[in-house]
Design a protein around this ligand. Structure first.
Ligand code: SAH
Ligand code: SF4
Length: 385
């Protein structure tokens, strides 16, 4: 087995070169070939000495995961399904907008948090993705799109860790991937343009604030602990007050002057105006310790096993009005693709229960016919669900 170079940030790649008895600075050349030029074939890296290329070829390779399907919607959104082995599929979504191109990236196959309203959560947890599997999503998407659009400069300007999985429960593999995204020799994205979304893994939020404080989105979804315990079971470990204190602490290091709170609107569960008033009180209480938030209301993408329903648009508006009247910046995520089951992790979830891998793949391909499930955000943290 040779090493997949997609699994390294620049420092680790320099260590790898060192171990091969090569100069560390060779890693920069190599890193640029891979991430900036999208070249995976070592023999094509023509400014590297042949002897180095030959040595590398004996020890290393560059490889993304097999693509099971590429779905496209009329509005330009593209969704890829990757096969990460043992019957596990993960997804990435590209959402083009006039001023940016956002890629929504997965961090795990399945998820252990088990939120009630999330189809990835209903699947259960399969495994953490490796750094190479996180970065390969960006590598594949960026360079495929550049070729397709015949474009030299970057197509993906923003990354959101909002695909399948809880990124902060896979921190060791996430961190080098984030570093490569930010590296000037890699994708050169600013910290503002890389967002980690979390259900609230408090101690790891603290570590991220010290290691690499990128933009943060927190999946709140409830205005009190009893409700959040039920919807986001991780709340039993890190309750709301503790989470909001961690957000205020993160904000001191964050690249934006607010933390985004995501709130999935569930009919008659968390969408009443009483909840909105409770949320206002909660946010005000923590504003005193320096917390500044932007609230993003997400219409629920329904799936049968959840037994939950999407809030009506009147209810969403009424809820948003309470927040706006209280001076809290609030946006409502635009949705599309309802007709084709757009919920989080839904396509990959559909095939999860079957035992035979081939059967899963065949049925997955079958399920693909028909279009792309899409949700786009109104505010730039664009994401497909
Ligand atoms: N695990 C992380 C990131 C992935 S989920 C997190 O929970 O933040 C990304 C976002 O999609 C979260 O805000 C999540 O609550 C939301 N989401 C999950 N399932 C959804 C559904 N069925 N409808 C709408 N939003 C959903
Ligand atoms: Fe996991 Fe996020 Fe889904 Fe919750 S919403 S189950 S944390 S992926």
């Amino acid at each position: 087995m040779t090493t997949n170079l997609l699994g390294f940030d620049l420092a680790a790649l320099a260590d790898f070169c060192d171990q091969l008895g090569e100069k560390r600075f060779r890693a920069t050349q190599l890193f640029r070939w891979i991430h900036q030029r999208g070249v995976g074939d070592l023999s094509q890296m023509t400014d590297l000495a042949r002897s180095l290329r030959d040595k590398l070829a004996r020890h290393a390779h560059v490889q993304a995961m097999p693509v099971v399907s590429t779905q496209r919607s009329a509005d330009g959104t593209i969704k890829w399904l990757f096969d990460v082995g043992d019957g596990n599929l993960i997804e990435s979504v590209f959402i083009p907008e006039s001023d940016r191109g956002t890629l929504c990236v997965s961090s795990q196959a399945g998820c252990a948090v088990g939120c009630r309203f999330c189809s990835t959560g209903h699947q259960g947890f399969s495994r953490n993705l490796q750094t190479s599997e996180i970065l390969a999503q960006l590598w594949h998407a960026e360079h495929m799109l550049r070729r397709e659009f015949d474009q030299q400069e970057r197509v993906i300007t923003n990354v959101v860790m909002m695909g399948m999985g809880e990124p902060l429960q896979n921190y060791a593999q996430l961190l080098p991937a984030l570093r490569a995204m930010l590296d000037d020799h890699g994708y050169g994205l600013s910290r503002r343009r890389v967002t980690v979304s979390t259900s609230g893994v408090v101690p790891v939020m603290q570590r991220l604030s010290q290691d690499l404080p990128v933009a943060l989105a927190v999946s709140l979804h409830a205005s009190n602990d009893a409700l959040r315990d039920h919807l986001v079971p991780l709340n039993r470990k890190y309750p709301i007050d503790e989470l909001l204190r961690a957000c205020a602490a993160y904000q001191q290091f964050a690249p934006r002057d607010f933390i985004t709170f995501e709130y999935c609107m569930l009919d008659a569960v968390n969408d009443r105006t009483e909840h909105a008033h409770e949320l206002v009180a909660l946010i005000r209480r923590h504003a005193a310790s320096g917390l500044s938030v932007k609230l993003n209301l997400i219409p629920f993408n329904p799936f049968a096993a959840s037994g939950l329903k999407r809030s009506t648009s009147q209810q969403v508006q009424a809820f948003a009005s309470v927040l706006l009247d209280a001076g809290i910046v609030t946006t409502v995520r635009k949705t599309r693709g309802d007709d084709i089951d757009a919920a989080c992790g839904q396509l990959a979830g559909d095939v999860k229960d079957r035992t035979d891998v081939q059967q899963r793949m065949a049925s997955q391909r079958q399920a693909m016919i028909g279009g792309v499930p899409v949700v786009a955000l109104s505010d730039g943290l664009s994401v497909g669900r």
